[in-house]
Write a protein that binds this ligand. Structure first.
Ligand SMILES: O=C(CO)COP(=O)(O)O
Length: 270
């Protein structure tokens, strides 16, 4: 992660928790309250390190009420959105609804959506555009499976996903985009890509974005790593120059552990 001479980050780090299909709307309130108390206790500076959560859709109204009521600085988003605005799409959620609930972000193309729901890059490109249309920032997830990694084709594979998913965006949109590199073999497995693996891919993603959208946009785009991130490995991953944050699954369900990841600077080099 690049720091400027005054010690602040060139790109504000983003620590994001993807709760997946965990926590009902009552549990969600307890978890968010515990996280907020822990961070408040440690006097966390949200202007220095941004904190986002991605709860299930059914939790979002409760999260919004708590965030507004207690003036929390934690931001939040949906785990998916429809490429369409409204209509006969049973079970889907419009970006317009997420925006109305105060969401800042929407996950797009998480590997579990790609594999379990067969989401194609064409569809994900439409979802990415739908997010911008409704004033949401997409957190676009890309990454390779184990076989692709073993064949040594992980960079080309991941960049091909990226190119397809960002096609037609403007440079201005690309500069606000968040891309999460999540190697599928490292998700929920305890296998974590080494900091060098995360850096290799994030540098390749930034170079690709630069060739599509220009240097200025690519320098602003935040790139996250995700896959078995814990407090114990977060600082080393976040210490890489092109890694601007982490997307945390399992460990985001433990408020103390997640707060510790948010405070990675306090244990850098430990
Ligand atoms: O998929 C992930 C975040 O989106 C990563 O999940 P884990 O941190 O549980 O490996």
């Amino acid at each position: 992660m690049t720091t400027s001479s005054n010690g602040s980050f060139a790109r504000i780090p983003l620590i994001a928790g993807n709760w997946k299909m965990n926590m009902d709307h009552v549990q969600a309130i307890t978890l968010l309250q515990k996280l907020a108390w822990t961070l408040e206790d440690k006097r966390h500076d949200f202007g220095r390190v941004e904190v986002a959560i991605f709860p299930p859709f059914t939790d979002l109204r409760g999260v919004q009420t708590l965030v507004q009521g207690d003036d929390l600085k934690v931001v939040y988003g949906g785990q998916d959105l429809s490429p369409f605005d409204s209509g006969a799409y049973t079970g889907d959620i419009s970006g317009a609804f997420l925006a109305k609930l105060g969401c800042t972000y929407a996950l797009v193309g998480h590997s579990e959506r790609r594999t379990l729901h067969g989401e194609s890059d064409e569809e994900l490109n439409a979802k990415t555009k739908a997010a911008y249309k409704h004033g949401l920032v997409p957190v676009l997830c890309v990454g390779e499976g184990l076989e692709v990694r073993q064949a040594g084709q992980h960079v080309e594979h991941t960049l091909a996903q990226l190119r397809a998913d960002v096609e037609g965006l403007t440079a201005e949109q690309a500069s606000t985009l968040v891309v999460a590199y999540e190697p599928v073999w490292a998700i929920g497995t305890g296998e974590v890509a080494g900091p060098e693996d995360a850096q290799e891919m994030c540098a390749a993603i930034r170079a690709e974005l630069s060739s599509i959208f220009g240097d200025e946009a690519a320098r602003a785009t935040r790139l996250l790593y995700g896959g078995s991130v814990k407090a114990a490995n977060a600082a080393a991953i976040l210490g890489q120059p092109d890694v601007d944050g982490v997307l945390v699954g399992g460990a985001s369900l433990d408020p103390a552990e997640f707060a510790s990841i948010v405070r990675f600077e306090s244990h850098a080099g430990a």
